[in-house]
Design a protein around this ligand. Structure first.
Ligand code: FES
Ligand code: FES
Length: 156
């Protein structure tokens, strides 16, 4: 595809304004990982099933493997690279991570839940985390870590 078929757009990425030129078929996941040098967002299934590629788009978890890059024009994207380790320490300390493939996505969804604690009461932790699959931990560590992150000992 020739360069003049690229689309120019600007969006907010991890607190900074970035300007890029993308092909209509480019995925946000690849734009982040390969064009913008942010490899923390992982690819698992590539089909919207596993949540490994989760970013926050305008504050809400989104599967970056399914989002055409041009659709982020004017939006705000946060990736795992925007996360301060100390900020999610209670989550990671609870046995959330084994192989780590799911961890960036889990952290981004957990940040969203932490910022919207009312969702926990309404939907429950397991439903809120249902979009982030983990083949290693059996989920108990993830749920314990999530509750620790939001300052709860156990589910209300
Ligand atoms: Fe995007 Fe699995 S890689 S949902
Ligand atoms: Fe391995 Fe979750 S820690 S997939």
């Amino acid at each position: 595809m020739s360069d003049n078929q690229r689309i120019e757009l600007r969006f907010q990425l991890n607190g900074e304004s970035v300007q890029v030129r993308v092909h209509p078929s480019d995925r946000l996941l690849d734009l982040l990982r390969y064009d913008l040098g942010l490899p923390g967002t992982k690819e698992g299934c590539g089909e919207g099933e596993c949540g490994a590629c989760t970013v926050l788009m305008d504050g809400v978890p989104a599967n970056s493997c399914l989002i055409p890059a041009y659709q982020v024009r004017g939006r705000t994207i946060l990736t795992i690279e925007s996360t301060e380790l100390a900020d999610v320490e209670p989550l990671l300390a609870a046995g959330t991570t084994q192989c780590g493939a799911c961890t960036p996505g889990v952290v981004m969804t957990a940040r969203w839940i932490r910022d919207h604690p009312e969702l926990l009461e309404r939907f429950g932790s397991r439903q809120l985390m249902a979009g982030n699959l983990c083949r290693c931990t059996g989920y108990d560590g993830i749920i314990d870590g999530l509750l620790a992150l939001v300052g709860q000992d156990e589910e209300a």
